[in-house]
Write a protein that binds this ligand. Structure first.
Ligand SMILES: NC(=O)c1ccc[n+]([C@@H]2O[C@H](COP(=O)([O-])OP(=O)(O)OC[C@H]3O[C@@H](n4cnc5c(N)ncnc54)[C@H](OP(=O)(O)O)[C@@H]3O)[C@@H](O)[C@H]2O)c1
Length: 322
């Protein structure tokens, strides 16, 4: 069967020849309608995918694509009405599984913990997609006293994934997919000032959080080796979404001007869906992907010592054992 059935603990000797659907799921996906929804032939039938940031943009488009491939999608959203709207759309597109909605403000560590406790009750989690993220034009502090961009973009995926690790391992082969960004190349990550208390610049906070996504993925892959759970991350391209609306006036203006030339959310979801569903990446872990291909990230993003130190600090900040 296509999809993510293949054992992931060790890489296959050579990538199996893919159908167009597997290799570029959302580009090549045929019009799979419920009438055609015999489970056989749907690459993700029987699979449960949890997607954060599902109410908009790349996350919403990914939920639609995964549902069309037969997955049961759990949409994680912070707003009830936006979540209900996304759920209805995904339900309309679902080829096999039944989608569900979970509400959580992921900038709150307590709400991430509550969410993880609810998700741990799922029979299985085959794919966890850490997608929710933003950029903030001014420095804001969460109820936990953490700089908001860092808390949402990095600490939430760190905590959620760590708490769901037992469920993921029990569901192996399983995958963790985290949406990073090419913006990580502009990062200057100072572990002594993770909260940017000395000097806050919106794009620096964002770039640092996206570098943290890649370092997290690297260290997670190392820690998950041998469990059958893989961890990969990606840059989705520059995509026309709600991203940037909470950013600086300059960013908002730039995105408004560039908007018509940016990729659609569907196109932006392509690499995410590929990493979540393609047999091409079965067993491959610790990678950074752009346009469905592995890409070498910045030198800082390949610093395994930095990844380990960031992991330990993130564990301290979220109250987890290191
Ligand atoms: N767009 C790009 O060009 C681009 C490029 C590189 C990387 N990315 C990354 O792609 C990911 C998705 O962004 P997008 O472009 O699709 O932007 P988007 O349309 O703004 O979507 C962001 C999602 O995150 C959710 N979110 C924000 N704050 C949250 C919170 N506190 N708790 C729970 N959910 C929250 C949003 O929910 P609401 O609907 O409630 O706001 C929304 O569903 C982000 O990680 C971003 O860094 C985007």
């Amino acid at each position: 069967m296509a999809g993510i059935d293949e054992a992931q603990a060790s890489p296959p000797p050579a990538p199996p020849r893919e159908t167009a659907l597997q290799a570029r799921p959302d580009r090549a996906a045929p019009a799979v309608t419920p009438a055609r929804s015999a489970r056989q032939g749907l690459p993700m039938a029987g699979r449960t995918c949890v997607v954060t940031g599902a109410s908009s943009g790349i996350g919403r488009a990914a939920c639609l694509a995964l549902a069309r491939l037969g997955a049961s999608v759990v949409l994680v959203c912070r707003d009830r009405s936006r979540g209900d709207a996304a759920l209805a759309e995904v339900r309309g597109a679902a080829a096999d599984g039944e989608p569900a909605l979970e509400l959580a403000d992921l900038a709150s560590l307590a709400q991430v913990r509550d969410l993880a406790a609810r998700l741990a009750g799922l029979p299985r989690i085959d794919v966890l997609v850490n997608n929710a993220g933003l950029v903030l034009g001014t420095r804001q502090v969460t109820a936990d006293g953490l700089e908001h961009t860092f808390a949402l973009n990095h600490l939430a995926p760190f905590l959620l994934t760590s708490l769901l690790r037992p469920r993921l391992v029990a569901s192996a082969p399983a995958r963790v997919v985290t949406v990073a960004s090419t913006a990580h190349r502009g990062a200057r990550l100072d572990l002594a000032d993770l909260q940017l208390e000395r000097r806050y610049l919106p794009m620096l906070a964002y770039a640092n959080s996206k570098l943290a996504n890649i370092l997290f993925t690297r260290e997670l892959a190392r820690r998950l080796a041998g469990t059958g759970v893989t961890a990969n991350c990606l840059h989705p391209g520059t995509v026309r979404t709600n991203f940037g609306r909470t950013g600086s006036p300059a960013l908002r203006l730039g995105l408004a001007i560039a908007g018509p030339f940016l990729r659609s959310a569907e196109s932006g979801a392509r690499t995410l869906v590929y990493l979540a569903s393609s047999t091409e990446v079965a067993g491959r872990s610790g990678g950074y992907y752009v346009s469905c291909r592995p890409r070498t990230p910045s030198r800082a993003a390949r610093d395994d010592d930095l990844a380990r130190r960031l992991w330990r600090l993130s564990a301290e900040l979220t109250g987890l054992p290191g």
